[in-house]
Design a protein around this ligand. Sequence first.
Ligand code: CTP
Ligand code: CA
Length: 228
Amino acid sequence: RVLSGRGRDLTGRRVVVSAGGTREAVDPVRFIGNRSSGLQGYALARTAVARGAEVTLVAANVALPDPAGATVVRVASALELREAVFAAAESADAVVMAAAVADFRPAAPSDIKIKKSADDPEPIHLTKNPDVLAELCERRGDGTGPAPAVIAGFAAETHDVLANGRAKLARKGCDLLVVNQVGEGLAFGTPDNAAVVLVAGGDQVEVPRGPKEALADTVWDLIAPRLA
Ligand code: CTP
Ligand code: CA
């Protein structure tokens, strides 16, 4: 990092990173989840600490050691993640939403373990979760929520990566969107990522396949000057 010339350019900055994937309860022993490992979010937290930031890491169901120097808040569901992110964002300069937040949750999780019987089970009815990233951006805009200078999201796309990414950036109203290409041994659970970072207003930065730490540093490279 010293060699890269980035130094401690995030000194005095407070950043929030969400990582991992939420779990939505079906009953006391079962959940609907996703394949996010948390590796990219943890890499963002580690690199931010290395660059001098005060880091709050909101970690959803991640089997990774706490990054030294970061404050780690553990959550399970999307609703818990929303609470933790909004609380930490109150004093933050930047929020990076690397977590895979479930779009839906079971509408009425069972209080007791669902038992099997001879028949097929009842369908599980789902209801929409709040969109934490979109709500952060909207409430920054209308002055009803925290006002970090930079709000960034992540998106994994399998096809029409750039077009889907641009549309999503506009829909969410965030400042940066890191669009991962999934498939071909990339993303979920792997140490490498390839991505294009879309900046609101037009710029885009391609990050070739490489370690998640390198993508993380590129994301902070784009965020740091926007915090001034
Ligand atoms: N996100 C969020 N809350 C949700 C869903 C997503 O904050 N309920 C955030 C993720 O953390 C990520 C970004 O939004 O930073 C994009 O997530 P993605 O699933 O790609 O976007 P969606 O709007 O849910 O679109 P899709 O239909 O492609 O899943
Ligand atoms: Ca989604």
